[in-house]
Design a protein around this ligand. Structure first.
Ligand SMILES: Nc1ncnc2c1ncn2[C@@H]1O[C@H](COP(=O)(O)OP(=O)(O)OP(=O)(O)O)[C@@H](O)[C@H]1O
Length: 262
């Protein structure tokens, strides 16, 4: 078991997470779907040990939070988020290859000299993600989509067991989004790492995400096989509004039905 969460409750001013149970096995890829404020980031924070459980247990890679040095666990987790991409301003003048290499040292900017094999690994990762053409381009001059793909490469440099992709399509136009989703799909198919893909959007849940966690108001609404959960009936209950879900060409499409006048 890679992630094993039992009865997790996080209380701050209010209950942010309530009795969350969730198990992720090695080799599975999960989507996490929830509206704004559902508790997605809080759950990622708990997994990475940035939030201390009020109640319940968080186990990652077989170790229990509070009983193991979590900085060692964090090294096995790659977290790529849109907000992180905004924090990279210190790295603006670094070129693509340096940004990817910096993932080896978990640093923003490159302060240590990488070994020859690190250069080779970074180049292979960039090639696999289709961003090898950015090797010499300054981070500051890249488009948002290029930055997001490069930051996935940066996370992969540490060979993480778990890759958290936190709303990676935020701010992308439809073409950059399609490109990024294609990159994620290929990465998932290579099975190098277990991916948890966090999103508000049903259409980003690719067939490679065979499992989905539906989170609402800090609680797990449902978790299980994606094809069983992404139905009109379940998502109507989840959204508290009538929606239609269609499965077209391997992609889910959600339409909000117009409210019928009473
Ligand atoms: N430290 C805190 N103290 C009080 N409330 C908090 C704290 N951290 C988060 N919250 C609240 O908990 C709820 C869940 O927040 P969280 O950021 O996890 O949502 P989210 O699902 O990631 O939302 P979004 O999709 O908008 O990013 C929100 O209502 C938020 O305001």
């Amino acid at each position: 078991m890679l992630i094993d969460i039992e009865n997790l409750t996080l209380t701050r001013d209010k209950n942010i997470l309530k009795d969350v149970n969730w198990q992720v096995r090695r080799g599975e890829h999960w989507a996490m779907l929830g509206m704004n404020g559902a508790g997605k980031t809080a759950l990622l924070n708990a997994i990475c040990g940035y939030e201390f459980p009020t109640k319940g247990t968080v186990r990652v890679l077989g170790e229990a939070f509070g009983k193991y040095p979590w900085q060692d666990i964090r090294k096995q987790i790659g977290w790529v988020s849109f907000s992180f991409s905004e924090m990279m301003h210190d790295q603006l003048q670094n070129i693509g290859l340096e940004v990817v290499l910096s993932g080896k040292f978990a640093s923003i900017g490159l302060h240590e000299y990488p070994a020859d094999e690190d250069f080779a690994t970074a180049r292979t990762i960039m090639q696999n993600l289709g961003v090898d053409y950015l090797e010499k381009q300054p981070y500051a001059h890249m488009s948002q989509g290029e930055k997001q793909r490069l930051l996935i490469g940066r996370a992969l440099m540490a060979e993480p067991d778990i890759l958290l992709l936190d709303e990676p399509c935020n701010g992308l136009d439809f073409f950059a989004k399609a490109q990024l989703l294609h990159t994620v799909e290929q990465l998932a198919e290579r099975q190098e790492t277990t991916i948890i893909y966090v999103t508000h959007q049903v259409d980003e849940i690719l067939p490679v995400f065979e499992k989905t966690l539906l989170i609402r108001d800090g609680e797990v609404f449902d978790a299980g096989r994606t094809d069983e959960l992404l139905t009109s009936e379940t998502l109507t209950a989840f959204c508290r509004a009538p929606v239609q879900v269609q499965h077209k060409n391997g992609r889910y499409v959600l339409e909000v039905e117009e409210e019928q006048p009473l």
